[in-house]
Design a protein. Structure first.
Lengths: 338, 338
């Protein structure tokens, strides 16, 4: 099958670009220095590519991501980098602890108690390093670790996500602010102990020299999107949502890719050599730039999402294509949900 | 089970509010005067409530919505109000024509040819009435209908979606512009023939007196969202995404409802008596208004999405609750996908 024969809207992955991105990141952070975040793609097929490049430890945002990777026999060391209180989901993770090393983030006595009650053996202390989201204050991290150890749990270290710095555009300012955030994380680590100091994302992956960070949680680098592309990193676009022109006139064209198949929180998607007018539930209206001919009805159009993570989560399958546009694999987006 | 015991993020539907909305709309547009649009909820459970209120004809945006309703034995007259070229999907619809009346929108010789090749018997001419999206120019509608009839197809009438007018805030201006759009549709209908003149949405449902429109395609009225709520219609919020507070400090709280469980194209969701700071993939950070206490860790929080349609499409199931918060049914969101 060729990508031009796919039912649309279709997630298409360029295997050459994907492998280039994975190799570029593995050069900088080989093996366990990278803990790829699977929330960015939610596909065990992509995780298997990351494992083939040397990474066997993964970051996950939901219990289902961990259980799905175990089912798919990909990876052996999973970090739930998210606070979860649900006793059923935590118990399901606890039951899988003989199959893989599972570590659960905690940032409060309540999340500690929930993990302990479910029988979770290993935790990591999630430390707030400036992003107004999860994470305990750095000066309280040690006491939480002590409480976990008093419950007989293994405290593997600390994590801290500097998500508020991903899109800082000035590189020197960014580096300086990342170092300040990682100094907070290092202080917390002193009090917590353990082997792991985990942080980072695609926007900051090359900012950790001179810090104590020993694993980076980047995810979006594998597929990329238009927002991260602005940062000028070596990663290239490897995923598109392909649509079919279903309607047109002399002013605009319409494809069957709409806001139900695109993450919209970063704004509209882009279409090369075209101007996107707006997205509706099932459609995007667009027109060609000057000098570009209008597509014909039935023509396939490649749409570049502005935010990769939610886009992947909206689709059931990713079609993997080679340089000739031949579909060489179908990877289920099997890690969706919670 | 109580809604406070659900695994989160969870779509919760207030059955009383849902039935009130459905009854309010059925009062204005009883029976076949309303052709409820299922793209707004993608659940055969909600469609069954609409059928119980007297509506047996439905509007659908995707072949899967039609086939899913047929599988669920809900409705008997389905309009695919969207242009589709995919031969496999059109053939699947054609095969279902003995089980229900299926009518497919066409707006070009290409979409006509695709429907004809697949064996589709009934079509409707989709007419552009001002929204820059699908639909043939009004003055070309008659010729397309003639071509369809020359192919032996039944032309059931016209549809035209005035989506560009849904959010016009001045009622007089809106009514005047809707009437102008419907005059275009009536002119096209003169040339096309057939029994159906289909148009409208929740934003314009009460604007068709004095027009030739004989069925309204509203969908969002059943569940509502914060954008439509601004219009002051009699419909009330009937759906929320319920989250659990998983992290907090003295400045903000974090729930496990993020942009992967919320349609974000209309902006951030709202939380009653609280201010939403921002949404991440799996989280929303928020803080209480003055005088409102901070929630505690583990507390459930009701999030009102800004756009209902894509929100529903992100979830696998809707939990239906009565006035006591007891979960009385689980409706699969079974019409997702294409």
């Amino acid at each position: 099958m060729h990508i031009y024969d796919l039912p649309t809207p279709a997630v298409v992955i360029d295997i050459t670009a994907l492998r280039k991105n994975i190799a570029s990141m593995a050069d900088v952070h080989p093996g366990r220095r990278l803990r790829p975040h699977v929330k960015a793609h939610k596909s065990s097929g992509i995780a298997a590519e990351q494992e083939a490049a040397g990474h066997s430890s993964f970051t996950c945002a939901t219990p289902r991501e961990i259980l799905g990777l175990i089912d798919a026999h990909v990876g052996n060391d999973f970090l739930l980098a998210n606070e979860v209180l649900d006793p059923h989901r935590l118990s399901a993770l606890a039951e899988a602890q003989d199959e893989a090393l599972i570590t659960v983030a905690i940032d409060s006595p309540e999340t500690l108690a929930a993990a302990h009650r479910a029988g979770i053996r290993s935790v990591i202390i999630d430390v707030n390093v400036g992003l107004p989201r999860c994470g305990i204050a750095p000066d309280k991290a040690g006491a939480l670790a002590d409480a976990a150890r008093a419950n007989g749990m293994d405290v593997r270290g600390v994590m801290g996500y500097e998500g508020h710095l991903m899109m800082v555009t000035d590189r020197d300012e960014k580096k300086s602010r990342v170092h300040d955030a990682m100094t907070l994380l290092a202080q917390a680590h002193q009090a917590v102990g353990g082997d792991i100091v985990s942080a980072g994302g695609t926007g900051t992956y090359d900012m950790f020299a001179g810090t104590t960070v020993n694993e980076v949680q980047a995810g979006s680098y594998a597929l990329m999107d238009t927002q991260y592309a602005e940062l000028g990193h070596p990663f290239v676009q490897a995923m598109w949502v392909v649509g079919t022109v279903v309607s047109k006139n002399d002013k605009w064209s319409v494809i069957d890719v709409g806001l139900k198949s695109l993450g919209m929180d970063h704004g509209n998607p882009t279409i090369k050599d075209h101007s996107v007018w707006f997205c509706s539930d099932e459609h995007t209206t667009f027109s060609p730039s000057e000098g570009t001919p209008q597509p014909i009805i039935g023509e396939r159009v490649f749409v570049t999402p502005s935010h990769i993570d939610p886009t992947m989560a909206m689709h059931e399958v990713a079609y993997v294509a080679n340089e000739y546009g031949e579909v060489i694999a179908q990877w289920p987006i099997d890690l969706r949900g919670w």
